[in-house]
Design a protein around this ligand. Structure first.
Ligand code: S3P
Length: 223
């Protein structure tokens, strides 16, 4: 597998542009695009809003977990994750074990504006106190998002510029991901006890016969 196959997961608060940008990025990479909300709707045959009201948020969260665990292709896909997906315990680690994770950010003003339309976001529905509720949810999640992955700012930037930026970051991170996951797994299979990596951009350390531990001193990009 080369870097082209490593899955890309886009996380972040609702209204930060995960689906809009993700679709464009997938097109450029020749990947399949998935929106976790739409996929869950397809699997359950009802809208996210109906799942929330009829089954409850916990059921929806279980489906998000299940979708990431076993309902999407393990490579060649860009997945725009629902805003709460990466906030759940253990989910970030899971996403990182499956591919590159980038976190989209936008100012609260932009988010409030972008999520004003549509009824498909039960947690951001219109009505009294909408802004206050969004601000509160944002405040509660801010810290988790800040640790979620390389930050992509989507405020006041044209779609093409954001798409190209995401592609650049993805390629770089996919190369590192390959080294840390696939390559490390491969050398382990060849009898090494441990492989770890540090640093960036030069040569991968050599494997000497009889060596039980391999330390990858740096990361080299290839595709
Ligand atoms: C949610 C975000 C939504 C959707 C659901 C819950 C959240 O997805 O999964 O309404 O908890 O932030 P988007 O981020 O695509 O709007």
């Amino acid at each position: 597998m080369n870097s082209v196959g490593v899955n890309l997961y886009l996380v972040g608060f609702p209204g930060t542009g995960k689906s809009t940008v993700g679709r464009q990025v997938a097109k450029q990479l020749n990947f399949e695009f998935f929106d976790s909300d739409h996929e869950i709707e397809r699997l359950l045959g009802k809208s996210v809003a109906d799942i929330f009201t009829q089954d409850g948020e916990l059921v929806f969260r279980d489906w998000e977990r299940r979708y990431i665990d076993r309902e999407h292709p393990v490579h060649g896909s860009v997945v725009a994750c629902g805003g709460g997906l990466a906030i759940m315990d253990g989910m970030l680690e899971k996403l990182r074990s499956k591919g590159v994770v980038l976190c989209f950010h936008a100012s609260l003003e932009t988010i409030i504006d972008r999520t004003a339309r549509g009824v498909h976001r039960p947690l951001m529905q219109s009505g009294d106190g909408r802004e206050k509720r969004i601000r509160e949810l944002y405040r509660r999640r801010e810290e988790a998002y800040s640790r979620a992955g390389t930050m992509i700012l989507t405020d006041y930037r044209p779609l093409l510029e954001i798409t190209l930026h995401v592609l650049r970051v993805y390629r770089c991170e996919a190369a590192k991901w390959i080294l840390q996951h696939l390559w490390a797994r491969r050398v382990c299979r060849h009898g090494l006890d441990m492989a770890c990596s540090a640093g960036k951009q030069t040569q991968v350390g050599k494997v000497f016969p009889g060596v039980r531990t391999l330390v990858v001193l740096s990361v080299n990009y290839w595709s």
